[in-house]
Design a protein around this ligand. Structure first.
Ligand code: AMP
Ligand code: MG
Length: 393
């Protein structure tokens, strides 16, 4: 059995750089950037009026208090009228502000009588209502970092700086294999000896929260032949295989044999932790294979602790497992030898140790927002002691 830290190290050491491809911006939504993106131009590309109004030279207005209106600059205009002294020019939102004018006033704050502009804005200052050239981003500066998730706003931002193609990571495909003869679909009556299958639901939900959508789920009976075949097809179709159940040493636990049969190299089996002690990890080519002990709380704990860091790694996300130290609301005693991951609920000041910690139960997990990590050698945590918590994504 290896420690939690050793397990984490082995897993990350076995993650490989993801392949990437160039796609047009239209197809990039939901992908993550595989390279930093720099702006190739100043945005805005020219000093731009932020309002419909009048552009003028601030000093002239200060001296005269009144300016003569002449000329007009609509958005998209490329002919800039020559400046006349003591004049203001009609201008519209998004239009280029001529060099000679340094201030714009919005039309709601002026009166124009017989071509004379009177400004009624006591707070008007030089530079008002002008979006300066390069104020959004300057040419050759970093626009978005490698690893950035391309949300609708990120896509819009890239378009706004003139980017038409991006280098993105290939999507991560995940294959979930749930094993167990006793499993029944929710929504269907239970026959004697059956229980409802929940692991695939929890895992799919967790993956979707992480914006992973290339997911396949397969149910497998406790049969070496069937499991071996399903693993074989999963190996072809996925980057990550998550097998739930069947990873212990019971007579009906076939994960170890079936993975070996498929040429998957075992990198570890069993971690000094609770829940999830029998967890398995292996690799074939670039596919990572997680054998998650079947109890629903073990599956989710192991997912949060070991699978999420891999997903972050594969997406080049800077984000790693988030850790905080907060006081615990009650004492907790355990034997030395295993790291415990306990369901907790924290707000700013304290973490509540929830009840129903057994690995077959999800009722408290459903209310939890973090796992409390009690280290291997710790035997007693007193109420008020600082404990390490891992908030959920
Ligand atoms: P196993 O790891 O296969 O020995 O399963 C451990 C426990 O988790 C058993 O009580 C199983 O019935 C239960 N279990 C396994 N897979 C699932 C699942 N997909 N949904 C709910 N419970 C499960
Ligand atoms: Mg089983």
């Amino acid at each position: 059995m290896i420690s939690v830290d050793e397990a984490r190290k082995i897993i990350i050491e076995n993650c490989s750089e993801r392949s990437s491809k160039t796609v047009s911006l239209e197809l990039a939504s939901g992908a993550t950037l595989a390279a930093d993106i720099y702006s190739t131009t100043d945005i805005p590309p020219f000093h731009q009026s932020a309002v419909d109004g009048y552009a003028f030279a601030f000093d002239e207005w200060k001296l005269q208090n009144q300016l003569t209106v002449s000329g007009v600059i609509p958005a998209g205009s490329n002919s800039i009228p020559t400046r006349l002294p003591n004049h203001a020019i009609r201008i519209f939102t998004g239009a280029p502000v001529p060099e000679a004018y340094d201030t714009v006033v919005m039309q709601e704050k002026v009166k124009v009588t017989d071509g004379q502009l009177i400004i009624e804005d006591s707070e008007l200052s030089r530079g008002n209502a002008i979006r300066l050239k390069g104020s959004e981003i300057k040419s050759a500066t970093l626009a978005l970092e490698k690893g950035t998730y391309l949300s609708p706003a990120a896509i819009g931002f890239l378009a706004s700086i003139g980017i038409a193609e991006v280098l993105v990571h290939d999507t991560i495909s995940v294959y979930i294999l749930v094993t167990g003869n006793e499993l029944q679909h929710p929504g269907t009556p239970l026959s004697p000896g059956q229980i409802y299958e929940s692991n695939s639901y929890a895992l799919v939900a967790a993956l979707k929260q992480l914006r992973i959508t290339d997911i396949q789920v397969e149910r497998v009976q406790d049969s070496l032949e069937e499991l071996s075949l399903k693993i074989k097809s999963a190996l072809i179709a996925s980057d990550i295989i998550l097998i739930t159940g069947g990873v212990s040493v019971g007579d009906y636990d076939y994960v170890l044999q079936a993975t070996e049969k498929n040429g998957i190299r075992k990198l570890f089996h069993r971690i000094k932790q609770k829940p999830g002690k029998p967890m398995y990890f292996g690799k074939k080519d670039k596919t990572l294979v997680f054998g998650l002990p079947g109890n629903p709380a073990s599956v989710l704990s192991c997912f949060y602790e070991y699978v999420i860091p891999v997903l972050h790694f594969l997406n080049n996300s800077i984000q790693d497992l988030k850790k905080l130290n907060v006081p615990i609301d009650k004492s907790y005693q355990k034997k030395a030898g295993l790291t415990h991951f306990l369901k907790g609920y924290y707000d700013d000041s304290i973490v509540q140790l929830l009840d129903a910690q057994e690995s077959f139960r999800l009722s408290s997990f459903a209310k939890a927002n973090c796992l409390i990590c009690i280290p291997e050698e710790t035997t007693l945590v007193q109420k008020g002691d600082l404990v390490e918590i891992h908030p959920f994504y």
